[in-house]
Design a protein around this ligand. Structure first.
Ligand code: PHE
Length: 464
């Protein structure tokens, strides 16, 4: 029976184990952002030099917000709305913050599901051997096939709906039996795929050129713009700013060290991003193809790269493609699980709607919005809102507006509204843990992080 433990609405719903909570949070952080966005940004943004800025941004901006979201969530223990209310010392107005995860969760899930659907289609195609360099796929054929697929109606829509309803089916089982159990299975699977792929890729001829392109430090490439994109990447990648981690924080056990947990999630997230680069670039250079950026890389360049890189051994090419797209599907799913929980949790835990009903209703709503996002690559390509297609508009609203603004609000809330002792209590688990850097943390959330994030935001809006 779903909800056998009476999970919906129960204030004491928690992750069963420490590792379960950690893997769920890491699953949220590790997603499509790591596998294609990070490696290309790093490759073209100065390699190891980019990595250094990324790590600094993560530690100074991303991790403090993550610690704060988890602390707020765990302090209240029910849902985002109640948590802000409780942490503020009982000020009702802060309860309105509960609206953010619903709106942001629905928006992000709707467009993320489109790309997740593409990964599903590519996984199925890889399984059917559809990428083999045969008579019917010639040079340029991969680009044409992606264009035809992404601009069509039915296939992408069926794929995005499949990913959404699969996510809903997992989340419907509840925090422990759905989210935690799925994370415990999927995260190790993701690591195994990634490690195997990295080993294969690094042993290809010419792999060192790829590693050099990816990691060679080139400080001349570091401009203000690159620094800002490194910060923005750190943010999106850590899943901070839409109260996803605040939602998960509600389920964290009282004895968990939130600071250590946040550093672990950031460490895992960075490790996966770097490993993804070590899979992609050696293969790209070995195949002698230009390292193109973003979605083009994953859906157009890589299918061809894998075939050419393992040209002498088609069996390898087959399994390499299969494992790579499986990796993408799994990474997308664990992130979607956290998005759906974020959007649905308030309805389940505050308004006592049955968990399965809330999950499937959200999936249906996101499917409808997702169709609009998907169509912006095809039939609705001409529909423009503020100069953007629907997909880009959703991405803009979430990543460039909601995330930075909410992160600033979180910092200011922690630094100026929450009582110092309440915050210290939450981070030291009632005085049982030592947090020698607490003073520095408070300084970060009061001044440094909000100022840093404000710079990203204003720059993103083109204001300076
Ligand atoms: N961090 C995820 C990724 O890298 C995206 C995400 C953002 C997930 C916000 C949940 C919340 O793909």
């Amino acid at each position: 029976m779903i909800n056998g433990s009476g999970e919906h609405g129960a204030a004491q719903t928690r992750f069963g184990t420490r590792i379960g909570g950690l893997l769920a949070a890491a699953g949220s952080a590790v997603g499509l952002g790591n596998v294609w966005r990070f490696p290309t940004e790093a490759g073209s943004g100065g390699g190891a030099a980019f990595l250094l800025i990324y790590i600094a941004a993560m530690l100074l901006l991303g991790v403090p917000v993550m610690i704060g979201e988890l602390a707020i969530g765990r302090h209240g223990g029910k849902n985002v709305s109640h948590s802000f209310f409780a942490m503020s010392g009982g000020r009702r107005a802060w309860g309105w913050m509960g609206i953010v995860p619903v709106v942001a969760g629905v928006l992000i899930l709707s467009y993320y599901a489109v790309v997740a659907g593409w990964t599903l289609d590519y996984f199925v195609r890889a399984a059917a051997g559809g990428f083999a360099l045969s008579a019917n796929i010639s040079a340029g054929g991969y680009a044409a096939s992606f264009a035809a697929f992404s601009s069509s109606f039915w296939k992408p829509v069926v794929c995005l709906a499949a990913m959404l309803f699969l996510t809903a089916a997992i989340v419907a089982f509840g925090v422990k039996r759905g989210i935690e159990r799925a994370s415990k299975i999927m995260m190790p699977l993701l690591f195994v795929c990634l490690a195997l792929l990295a080993v294969c890729s690094l042993t290809l001829d010419g792999a060192t050129d790829g590693v050099r392109f990816f990691l060679h430090p080139d400080f001349s490439k570091i401009t203000g713009g690159v620094a800002l994109s490194a910060m923005a990447q750190a943010f999106f990648s850590l899943s901070v700013g839409i109260y996803c981690l605040c939602t998960y924080g509600c389920y964290f056990r009282k004895d968990v060290d939130l600071v250590r947990e946040s550093l672990s999630v950031a460490g895992i997230d960075t490790l996966v991003a770097v490993m993804a680069g070590l899979v992609i670039f050696p293969a790209v250079f070995s195949a002698g193809i230009a390292p193109d950026a973003g979605p083009t890389l994953v859906f157009i360049t890589l299918p061809e790269v894998f075939q050419r890189a393992f040209g002498g051994a088609p069996v390898f090419a087959y399994f390499f493609s299969l494992a790579f797209y499986l990796l993408l599907v799994v990474a997308a799913l664990t992130s979607m699980i956290s998005m759906l929980e974020t959007a649905a949790a308030i309805f389940i835990r505050k308004y006592k709607i049955a968990r399965p009903a809330a999950c499937f209703a959200m999936a249906a709503l996101c499917t409808l919005l997702g169709i609009a996002c998907s169509l912006s690559f095809g039939a609705w390509g001409g529909v423009r809102v503020a100069g953007m297609g629907v997909f880009d508009l959703f991405d803009f609203l979430v990543a460039k507006v909601i995330m930075p603004l909410c992160a600033i609000v979180t910092c200011l809330f922690l630094g100026w509204v929450v009582e110092k002792n309440v915050l210290r209590d939450e981070l030291t688990n009632g005085g049982t843990l030592r947090q020698p850097l607490f003073g520095f943390y408070r300084l970060l959330v009061r001044y440094i992080a909000p100022a840093g994030i404000a710079i990203i935001f204003l720059n993103g809006m083109g204001l300076f």
